[in-house]
Design a protein around this ligand. Structure first.
Ligand SMILES: [Mg+2]
Length: 268
């Protein structure tokens, strides 16, 4: 175990996969599962807004599903079982396919949500050759891993994360994989810290506000990968920021500057 730990989100941060997964997999599979074709342009726009272009970018798939189904229920057509699904989203131990499977006999909506989630996973496998890491990521991982342990902290399903990082030869730089099955990002970081890493020597890299929040609630540093400027962000991390951090100085002014740019990208 090394002294430093760098936690890295996967989708949209290390892997250039967010747009394609949402536009070709999550959204269209949801329209199909709930038969919402009649309103699909508006609903898909809202799906992309929630998952790609606003402060909720990167949220768990089931939370996003609950939001979009609630909107559809109010605006277009009754969604049966929505209350039960909303309750599950608030109360389940982990929002994952495995947890969903425990609920399928209680209400049909759980079966539909599971069927959607599995269809999404299958579709992601189908389009997997269109997904690749941002080009500066491997150089960054190689550099970071000389001095720090690396953990993937992701709300995606563990198989997709494992498949992608393995396929791109990035797994050799990774010490821990903490995906959807291990809890929320906040909980994953808490679990990693419990292994003995010091908070001041742990940093989270992410592309969404949820990543920043997960880092802040664990009192660790956060470094943003800015949407649309991903390669610049990665390059700056391994050529400037990481050494500063590892030497115990990650200048406050620098942190403020990158965070302001990150928040601007979401219009906040
Ligand atoms: Mg992300």
């Amino acid at each position: 175990m090394r002294e430093y730990l760098i936690c890295i989100d996967s989708d949209g941060c290390a892997i250039d996969s967010m747009d394609i997964k949402h536009k070709k997999c999550f959204g269209p599979c949801m329209i199909k599962e709930w038969g919402l074709e009649q309103w699909q342009d508006d609903i898909l726009n809202r799906w992309n807004e929630i998952n790609l272009y606003s402060s909720t970018r990167g949220i768990n798939r089931f939370i996003a599903l609950e939001r979009i189904l609630s909107e559809a229920d109010k605006k277009y057509t009754a969604i049966h079982g929505l209350d039960a699904f909303s309750k599950w989203c608030r109360e389940a131990n982990a929002l994952s396919n495995d947890e969903l499977k425990k609920m399928v006999y209680t209400n049909q909506i759980f079966l539909k949500a599971l069927s959607w989630s599995e269809a999404v996973n299958a579709k992601i496998e189908e389009i997997s050759n269109e997904i690749c890491p941002f080009k500066e990521v491997e150089a960054a991982l190689k550099y970071i891993h000389q001095k720090a342990d690396v953990a993937i902290v992701s709300s995606a399903n563990p198989k997709a994360v494992d498949d992608e990082w393995t396929r791109f030869g990035l797994m050799k730089y990774v010490d821990f994989v903490m995906a959807q099955d291990k809890g929320s990002k906040k909980e994953c970081i808490t679990k990693l810290l419990a292994m003995g890493y010091k908070k001041e020597k742990t940093l989270m890299i992410g592309d969404a506000l949820g990543d920043e929040k997960a880092a802040k609630s664990n009192n660790i540093s956060f470094y943003p990968i800015v949407t649309g400027k991903e390669n610049e962000s990665w390059k700056a991390f391994y050529t400037e920021v990481f050494d500063a951090f590892a030497e115990g100085r990650f200048p406050v002014e620098y942190q403020e500057k990158v965070l302001a740019e990150f928040h601007n990208a979401f219009g906040i």
